[in-house]
Design a protein around this ligand. Structure first.
Ligand code: NDP
Length: 287
């Protein structure tokens, strides 16, 4: 059980706020509210077109910058390698900050190849405008490829994970290289919250179904970034540290796996399931 996970002396809160689809004034209000409620980790992306809203909310919160962990992601499906540095500077401007805690490659799709992409991101990291570099939607082969290319300082891999999706193969690889696992769509976009077993466990532990699922992730050492627009649900999702799921019940939840993806396909990529592991000079043809 942990409220934080640590790697290389950097601490990441184990529950973050997912911000997909939180845009405009109403989106900014939700981010403000989350910060008021105690969220200290915000997950955004260039693709979400809400970095400005995140930046405004962080500024309005009056919480000192070093106490908030901000992740953003390069929109690698659209941003060409030679545009990455400029696009990153734009993210900094939108987020109204001098540095990002974690910068991710959003999808394993590149205009040239993985090596070039990593070179650019780690060059940005050397400038200290980025504290950590990570990846998203990478399968075990791609993780191995990063390591083989000499990039063994990958902070995290952000992928879909929840009880309806088995990620045991990927987990082994991330463990091996000490890469922090981050679960997106941790509630399978709400679908899991009506599951019979989850509802039974919710009664047993006197917790909400969402709390059972998020606790299950936390006990496995996963960071989770649930999204909610509702005050009570935002509170629930943060309040998972006062109970423990037994080993038997952990297994019961593991047994729910059925290869269900809440995000089966992102803009033409097939995520981490069946991407080729080798990239030619012209990059992956995914789009
Ligand atoms: P989630 O699994 O977080 O589910 C969000 C849905 O669940 C919303 O409809 C929300 O409704 C509902 N919900 C949230 N909390 C509760 C609760 N306690 N009780 C009942 N319902 C609840 O899905 P997301 O896809 O949004 O994933 C979370 C984040 O992960 C994204 O916002 C984004 O930041 C990131 N992500 C990253 C991807 C990537 O490629 N790297 C891909 C997809 C997501 P309501 O708002 O009404 O509470």
């Amino acid at each position: 059980m942990s409220k934080f996970f640590t790697k290389n002396n950097f601490t990441i809160p184990s529950i973050g706020l997912g911000t997909w689809d939180l845009r405009g004034n109403s989106g900014e209000d939700v981010i403000n509210l989350a910060l008021d409620l105690g969220y200290r980790h915000i997950d955004t992306a260039q693709m979400y077109e809400n970095e400005k809203e995140v930046g405004n909310a962080v500024k309005n919160s009056k919480i000192s910058r070093e106490n908030i962990f901000i992740t953003t992601k390069i929109y690698t499906l659209v941003v060409k390698n030679n545009e990455i540095e400029d696009s990153f500077e734009k993210s900094l401007l939108n987020l109204q900050t001098e540095y990002i805690d974690l910068l991710l490659i959003h999808f394993p799709a590149f205009t040239t190849n993985l090596h070039d992409m990593l070179k650019i991101l780690f060059r940005i990291k050397r400038s200290e405008k980025v504290k950590n570099v990570g990846v998203s939607n990478f399968n075990p082969n791609l993780i191995n490829e990063c390591i083989n290319l000499g990039y063994d300082d990958i902070f995290c891999n952000q992928v879909e994970y929840h009880p309806y999706l088995d990620q045991s193969q990927l987990i082994k690889t991330l463990d091996k290289f000490n890469i922090i696992p981050v679960a997106y769509s941790p509630l399978a976009k709400g679908k899991l919250l009506e599951d019979k077993i989850i509802l039974e466990l919710s009664k047993k532990y006197f917790k909400k179904p969402s709390q059972v699922v998020l606790r299950w992730l936390n006990q496995q050492g996963w960071v989770a970034i649930p999204k909610s627009t509702n005050k009570e649900r935002l509170k629930e999702n943060l309040n998972i540290f006062d109970f423990k799921i037994t080993e038997d019940d952990m297994k019961l939840i593991h047994n729910l796996a059925r290869d269900y993806r809440a995000v089966p396909c992102a803009l033409g990529t097939t995520h981490q399931i069946d991407l080729p592991s080798i990239h030619g000079d012209s990059g992956l043809e995914l789009i």
